[in-house]
Ligand binder design. Sequence first.
Ligand code: NI
Ligand code: MN
Length: 225
Amino acid sequence: MKFTYYGQSAFELETGGKKLLFDPFISPNELAKHIDVNSLKPDYILLSHGHGDHIADLFTIHKNSKAKIICIAEIANWLGGKGIKDAHGMNIGGGFNFDFGRVKMVNAIHSSSMPDGANGGNPAGFVIYTESKKIYFAGDTALTYDMKLLADENLDWAILPIGDNYTMGAGDAIKAAGFVNCQNVIGVHYDSFPVIRIDKDEVAAKFKNAGLNLQLPGIGESIEL
Ligand code: NI
Ligand code: MN
């Protein structure tokens, strides 16, 4: 499975011939100026919650790709009012089998509202089950004991926020990796704004000391999971 990072919490998974784009916030990100948003043609767009730093490029990419949007019910309803009638609404604890695999929506401790102030429902994370890999994307979240519910899932990778201030920082993300019982971590949601700037070397050392494999791909970089 190919993982491509686009900055903040935006990334694409390519699996079984399908492209899944998560939390598209690219064009407003100074660090992602070299990414051409119009080149992205996902089959699916998954949204963890409604904040601008997760959906800024949603409409542009949807217009170009007609990707199926997977999100919580309140955001699906909001999208309906904006002319996107076919978003796939889910809710926490529910799973659904798509053509690329199964998606389960899981709890995240955060907040959610839409850019126009509309109710964004609850924030969420996702577990993605494909034939080859099981991936957990935590979304924007605090460390929470609910993560322990994933300990017996045999996750291959956990994609965790590490930037602090708005989400977990590195210390709690290390605990989260323990809670979900996954050694392989991709760190996201850092460096995009001054309050979430991290010292990558320091964070990498902390994860290494905890016996974890932390990957911090560059923006535009792909890694094989
Ligand atoms: Ni947020
Ligand atoms: Mn965020």
